[in-house]
Design a protein around this ligand. Structure first.
Ligand code: ASP
Ligand code: ASP
Length: 368
């Protein structure tokens, strides 16, 4: 008779405590759900050290992976369209020598189409039953705000938020910061314009929390009034004494920046407001970079975009200008994601989690 007693839900629920006994490298470790989890020290470690070293060692084929030889499997579970995030995560995982199982369009192709809750899916995939599961890391994108954070509560394995509704996209913000760091070798003292749909863009929200950890950063929030940044972010910036200014006129800001970060209109977030959407589509050209206003961007500055470009926020003709770093940024995304995932498994390795876990499973099942 197989003894599953030790693997009851109660036993599994002890795992977060188990992580807790160890000095957590960041709040909520091993999950990456929102950028508020990270201290300045940890951000610097992950970006200035881990990501930069990953870029170097990966190119030189000298990277040490803590996901060793295909013994770690990663599940990417995407309920929303994605090109880069999913591909760059999968490339990152494979480059670290692990395997990937993916469900694209989760809402259509997974059991959620039959009514399964996200909690149950996470229980299954992360193996809360007998501890086997289908993945050692779960990367989830979901259209609902906070859905991934909620899902992580049911997971036995680390969970990474690859974008939840209009809430956050933490790994994108890390790669944005890595891109800026690669250009300037610092974040302190830089002037950054966040342009476009800064209300519904989850990447902007995640980035603001990271930027607020640095000193003397100036943030220009440039958007039409209807999609200006939400109050909670302004409150956060005020509380952290970050200099920011809301601006409607892009061209007045461009000459003063080190980084101009463009975003597309997140039309899918307010589909029910057709009229507003149409109005905003007409305004977007005023929040775009074209041959006409590119000259206002200082020569040493960079222009970034989380991609995809939706309504010509950066027009085709100027995409090869050396200041346009949007495509460098998406490349750096792979190294950033490798660094973050590698760090999770390195820290878990210090805990000897896998070994403990295997013993738990096998003793629970009555196997040797
Ligand atoms: N979310 C974007 C995409 O899915 C890019 C990114 O987040 O890295 O295409
Ligand atoms: N790719 C980013 C995201 O998934 C930005 C965007 O979609 O506009 O949030």
């Amino acid at each position: 008779m197989i003894n599953l007693k030790n693997l009851s839900a109660d036993r599994v629920a002890q795992f977060p405590d188990h992580f807790g006994k160890y000095q957590e490298p960041w709040e909520g470790f091993p999950h990456i759900l929102k950028t508020q989890q990270f201290s300045r020290e940890m951000i610097e470690r992950l970006i200035f050290e881990d990501t930069m070293k990953t870029l170097f060692h990966w190119k030189n084929r000298s990277l040490i992976s803590y996901l060793r030889d295909g013994r770690v499997g990663v599940v990417t579970y995407f309920f929303e369209p994605s090109t880069r995030t999913r591909m760059s995560f999968e490339r990152a995982v494979q480059s670290l020598g692990a395997s990937v199982i993916h469900t694209e369009s989760g809402a259509v192709f997974s059991s959620s189409a039959k009514g399964e809750t996200l909690a149950d899916t996470v229980r299954v995939v992360s193996g809360v039953g007998a501890g086997i599961g289908y993945g050692d890391l779960l990367i989830i994108r979901h259209p609902q705000d906070y859905a991934v954070e909620e899902a992580a509560k049911f997971s036995r394995t680390p969970v990474i938020n690859a974008g939840d509704g209009k809430h956050q996209h933490p790994t994108q913000a890390f790669l944005d910061l890595a891109t800026i760091y690669l250009r300037y070798g610092k974040i302190d003292g830089l002037s950054i314009a966040l342009v476009g749909d800064i209300q519904f863009s989850r990447t902007i929200r995640s980035l603001c929390y990271l930027l607020s950890k640095f000193d003397d950063v100036k943030i220009y929030l440039v958007s039409p009034e209807e999609i200006s940044i939400k109050e909670d972010i302004k409150e956060h910036l005020t509380e952290k004494n970050v200099w920011f200014r809301e601006e409607a006129d892009l061209n007045s800001v461009l000459p003063h920046i080190d980084v101009a970060y463009f975003t597309r209109l997140q039309a899918e977030r307010f589909r029910d407001q057709e009229e507003l959407c149409q109005q905003l589509k007409k305004k977007i050209p005023l929040y775009s970079l074209t041959e006409k206003n590119l000259d206002l961007v200082p020569q040493q500055a960079i222009v970034t975009h989380p991609l995809p470009i939706g309504d010509n926020e950066i027009v085709e003709k100027i995409k090869t200008d050396p200041r346009i770093w949007a495509f460098i940024q998406s490349d750096i995304g792979v190294a950033t994601r490798m660094a973050l995932i590698n760090r999770i498994f390195k820290e878990l390795g210090k805990l000897n989690m896998h070994q403990n876990f295997k013993e738990l499973v096998f003793s629970g099942l009555g196997w040797k």
